[in-house]
Structure formats: C-alpha cells, structure tokens
Design a protein around this ligand. Structure first.
Ligand code: SF4
Ligand code: SF4
Length: 56
C-alpha cells in the first residue's frame, strides 16, 4: 500500500523534501507519489499542512 496525495494539495512542496526515498514529485496541480517507490513511512502525511497524503 502506497500513500496517495488528494486534490487538497496546495503544492507547497514540504512533503517532497521529507520523503526518504524521493517518491514525491511535482505533478499537474497536485504533488504525486510514485507508488512503486513509496515505503509507507507516513512522513509526508505528518508534514502536510492540509492533510492531503493518505494511505491509498
Ligand atoms: Fe515518501 Fe513516506 Fe510519503 Fe511514501 S509515505 S511518499 S515514502 S514520505
Ligand atoms: Fe501538497 Fe501537502 Fe505535499 Fe504540500 S505537503 S505539496 S500540500 S501534499
């Protein structure tokens, strides 16, 4: 199970800086998590100011 970022993302970039495996990149309107790279550490969810990342 990888984490997924919802449409609530405000593109602040904080989660990408915290991800230990660099699974998060800037997408079109929202940041995007590469499901194959994500190790379910939850750092992105803990860091996000709007609660956009959650377990898919
Ligand atoms: Fe990266 Fe961890 Fe978030 Fe997965 S759960 S995208 S590994 S910060
Ligand atoms: Fe989007 Fe949250 Fe990541 Fe900021 S921390 S880019 S709002 S998912």
């Amino acid at each position: 199970m990888a984490y997924k970022i919802s449409e609530d993302c405000i593109m602040c970039g904080a989660c990408a800086d915290e991800c230990p495996v660099n699974a998060i990149t800037e997408g079109d309107g929202v940041y995007v998590i590469d499901a194959d790279s994500c190790i379910d550490c939850a750092s992105c969810a803990d860091t996000c100011p709007v609660g956009a990342p959650s377990e898919a």
